[in-house]
Write a protein that binds this ligand. Structure first.
Ligand code: G3P
Ligand code: CA
Length: 270
């Protein structure tokens, strides 16, 4: 594989662990993030939702049912309810081609705990935070998120400290975050090739687009087009040899993956 390399960033593409090293570990658990750091990820991605008592927690789905021992909607439950659940054992049923660590009793991970882990890591990491449910409580997720980042003094890029990127599929959420945290990088996620952002390009105040890797399979020219407009391309979810090779050939700026060890090795070998 030859790494074309983005004309924007210069260096090799970043390896970002999607929900942690989540192919092996239960997603969004502390164990998943610690493994990702051990495996050499340049950064980590997480999804955030608000609980009923307004805590930001790292959970992908609207409901807790798939990834915990509980039932119900995250935003209707309190943090104490989520703390009473096991967020690890569900993964044991998903062991296919690999051994799943015995992670019973994994705890809910709050965004505060994840930020602290990234801030205290022994090397500089990227922290990529995706907000979910943008319309509920009219911007409360984004306000709480920016407030929390302010507590850790992360609202401006500072040398030696984590680089924070904020992202969403919702342009409403991205624009809210642009107002609240103007100095942080923003990523507009793109799900399908018919998205208006695919057709018309990104808003002027957004410098990074985040396409699903399938968009690149069907439209390989997409990356060069974005670079031509001065935009970076951060692709998800890149887990197979074929997709890794495609991304490296096209010169994307970041590969967001459930398998950071695999992608790290491919990027280093390219
Ligand atoms: O990194 C972007 C990606 O996480 C978006 O999709 O559904 O996994 O949050 P999803
Ligand atoms: Ca996500």
């Amino acid at each position: 594989v030859r790494t074309v390399g983005s004309p924007l960033g210069g260096g090799p593409p970043k390896v970002i662990a999607h929900r942690g090293s989540s192919h092996i570990e239960p997603e969004h658990t502390l164990g998943a993030y610690l493994r990702a750091i051990d495996e050499g990820a340049d950064g980590v991605e997480c999804d955030v939702r608000l609980t009923a008592d307004r805590h930001l927690v790292c959970v992908h789905d609207r409901r807790v049912n798939r990834t915990s021992t509980g039932r119900g909607v995250v935003s209707a439950l309190e943090l104490a309810d989520l703390e009473g659940l096991d967020w690890g054992s569900w993964k044991l049923a998903h062991a296919d081609d690999h051994e799943v660590p015995d992670r019973f009793n994994a705890n809910i991970l709050t965004l505060r705990q994840l930020i602290r882990t990234i801030v205290e890591a022994d090397r500089k990491l990227d922290l990529v935070i995706e907000t979910k449910h943008p319309t509920r409580w009219a911007g409360e997720v984004e306000r709480r998120l920016v407030g929390l980042l302010a507590e850790f003094d992360l609202l401006r890029p500072t040398s030696g400290r984590p680089t924070v990127r904020l992202m969403s599929f919702s342009s409403l959420a991205v624009q809210r975050m642009a107002k609240l945290a103007p100095h942080l990088q923003r990523v507009q996620l793109i799900e399908v090739g018919t998205s208006p952002f695919f057709r018309d390009g990104l808003p002027a105040n957004v410098a990074i687009c985040g396409p699903r890797v399938g968009i690149l399979r069907r439209n390989p020219e997409f990356v060069a087009r974005q670079h031509h407009h001065g935009h970076q391309v951060h692709v998800w979810t890149v887990d197979t040899e074929e997709d890794i090779e495609l991304c490296l050939r096209l010169g994307v700026d970041a590969l967001i993956t459930n398998r950071p060890a695999l992608v790290r090795a491919a990027v280093d070998a390219a």
